[in-house]
Design a protein around this ligand. Structure first.
Ligand SMILES: [Zn+2]
Length: 101
């Protein structure tokens, strides 16, 4: 059951706004490897970047941050490498194979 209290409504509105901003951000950045700008396939790669953690030491994903402020979310995204799903898989595949040599 979805709450209809004003605070919950505001939270949902903020989340929806962040989702839209995130899609626009992905489209503006595009994939760092192949250049595709379709926001639907863009993911974020943590290349040598430690994820931010909450007060309990739990890893904060950027999807978790969609519930917070856009400014905070964007400061995290700026540390990451935008890649399309294919290039993201290739990066991880190559990282694993280099490590295995
Ligand atoms: Zn790509």
């Amino acid at each position: 059951m979805v709450s209809d209290k004003p605070a919950a409504r505001n939270q949902r509105a903020a989340y929806q706004m962040n989702r839209k901003m995130l899609d626009d951000y992905k489209a503006a950045k595009g994939c760092a490897d192949c250049g595709i700008i379709d926001y639907r396939v863009i993911q974020f790669h943590h290349e040598g970047v430690q994820p931010q953690r909450d007060v309990n030491g739990k890893r904060k994903s950027y999807t978790y941050m969609l519930r917070g402020s856009w400014f905070h979310l964007k400061s995290e995204l700026d540390r990451l490498t935008p890649l399309c799903a294919n290039c993201h898989l290739i990066r991880h595949y190559e990282e694993q194979n280099v490590a295995g040599d």
